[in-house]
Write a protein that binds this ligand. Sequence first.
Ligand code: ADP
Ligand code: ZN
Length: 734
Amino acid sequence: MTTADLQVLLKRHFGYDQFRPGQEEIISNALAGRNSLVVMPTGGGKSLCYQLPALATGGVTLVISPLIALMKDQVDGLRSNGIAADFLNSTLDNRTAAEVERGAQAGAVRLLYVAPERVSMPGFRRFLGTLDLRMIAIDEAHCISEWGHDFRPDYRTLAELRALFPQTPVMALTATATERVQRDIVEQLRLDDCRRFVSGFDRPNLTYRVEPGAGASDALLDLLEERKGQSAIIYCFSRKDTEELANRLTSAGHPAVAYHAGLDTNTRRLTQERFIDGDVPIVAATIAFGMGIDKPDIRLVVHHALPKSIEAYYQETGRAGRDGLPSECVLFFNEGDRAKQEYFIQSMTGEARAVAERQLQQMVDFCRLSTCRRRYLLQYFGETETREACGNCDTCLAQRQEVDVTVVAQKVMSAVIRTGERFGFAHVGNVLLGKNLKRVRELEHDKLTVFGIVDDYDHDGLRRVADGLVDRGLLSKAEGKYATLSLTREGRVWLRGHDPLTLELRIPEATKRAKPSRTGRGGAVDTVDSALFDRLRALRRRLADEENVPAFVVFGDVTLRGLAAAMPVTTQDMLRVSGVGPAKLERYGEAFLTVIRGHVNSIPPASVDNVLPVRGNVGTPRSTTGHIADDRRLTDTHNRTHQLLQQGLTIAEIATSRGLTHGTVMAHVERIVKAGKTVDLTPLLPARERTERIATALQVTDSDRLAPVKELLGDDYSYDEIRLVRLALQEAKV
Ligand code: ADP
Ligand code: ZN
């Protein structure tokens, strides 16, 4: 398959115009029938790497995914693009599961998602044998390795799957795998002649910041105020903390809910769903939250407690900005947090304890960096070719000032010598500041001449000086927990010579966050008309409610911005916006075009130029501001659905026979009726009594929106039923 062919498939099925780095090669490798290991950071676009081949090869691609909660969203997302996908997991009753299996056997499913535990069931294996299985994709593949951070024993059974289908190519995918974990994945799965595709770990659209923990709540409120209405996760230390924080934030006007492993399954599921759907913007959570979260538009991840390790920090912050738009990661750090973690570590023994201690130390080192944080993270994951400064973390963004530190540097270095070069900065600083502490007295360091000789710097300020001296090579800091300071040879020479010394010190005030800009690095952000954007967002919300799917299944933020920037008024133009493919165009096109046309028509001609897109040529913005024709014509696909309706097929039957989703067929029916064609809806309507109840509810609520009607009727009624009845009523009026 040529590049051009692949591009056509990309636009047709996903609405995208270009591959992301790496995708095309990975896809070609899979299409050539070879095994691959894909290591790509979160948001890099891993899913597409197996989804596109699945569409190109036909047959069934089996997708192993550990998170049951995610499967439905993933499948909904694919279906909204008109892709035949389904899932099998323990949430389905036997009848539904059997239906899904039959569909897969009949060739009506391209992508079948399953949880790993199912793979060890003999019945399931027999079922797999009856499929036209073309590829096996294993998501979160690091779960197979004990060296990874999230080992799952169920993943070990996947090796047996390999043995059963040795000829079927495998694609293993993960966002975090060190070299050792990568080797382990290849070995465990026996991926002979497997090609590895490892793209960097950098997440350029994320800004990393560490702020002092004292007063975290004010700083946190500021942060949330700036990002009002946007999705945020706040990681807390304990269950109790999550609840207290959620209450405090809610009463301060930032609706938040708590999430932790102590809640019952149902509450947890509901909380996740409400967050994913965008009903609650903020979740205060313990680390138990997040594994099940694949929400692309999380704009902020806050650590209100110290993460356990750099891996954990990277993983948790990685949940921000999957859609590539600028997003922020803020860690509030104070020394007390470290003590809390240490308290837990004390109860551990042996190797595990040593590992936990080392990880904590690395995390603390990260917090205390005076150099680029991104560089530290990338080096941690083994990337050696990194820039000195990324320009998008707090240390890179901070303002610095040349400061003459000759006198204070002499004091710091003398104190290091006088205390015997056996202590880390925390203690040396306490001595210099004359802190009356038990430890200082016990060591008799209050008797030293350097005790209390600094009054023009505080502890943090002194630390910055000490760090600066380490950077200059005058002091050396030992690795490990105590980070003992000692003088280097240059340090001793300088101390004897008393030459003037200046350091570039970070100005504390300047560490305050710059206002988040809409045009940050890494995100393709257009200047958008915010009034239009808000209207489009409201429309998205409504459509998502009606279909009972998360908002991003309708359109992601990137696409919504693209629409607001390009303001397409014809279906042709709309199709040119990234993220709009034929399936979504058909399903949602009209609704969005109507809003955009209304908006364009309401702008006085002179001001139209002010809202032109600044980046990318996303279609012809608009031809005139005058009247724009409504595009109500039916296309072939509608006509085919119409024919089948006239032959008396039900919506479900049409969906199956045409390989469309239920929702798409529903949308066809609405369109056909609205276009004035006669359709006998009677056989499609629910039983008489139900139809009557729905009709009454529609009258009572008297709203264009279906959500309130559904609310009135309860879970027993589906949106599709309500739609059909509404349609029948409209038809009756005409
Ligand atoms: P990952 O699984 O690697 O974290 P996803 O597969 O969820 O990432 O993709 C992240 C986002 O990027 C999704 O919103 C996806 O639709 C989008 N995306 C993937 N490939 C492309 C592409 N070629 N062009 C534009 N957007 C893409
Ligand atoms: Zn940086």
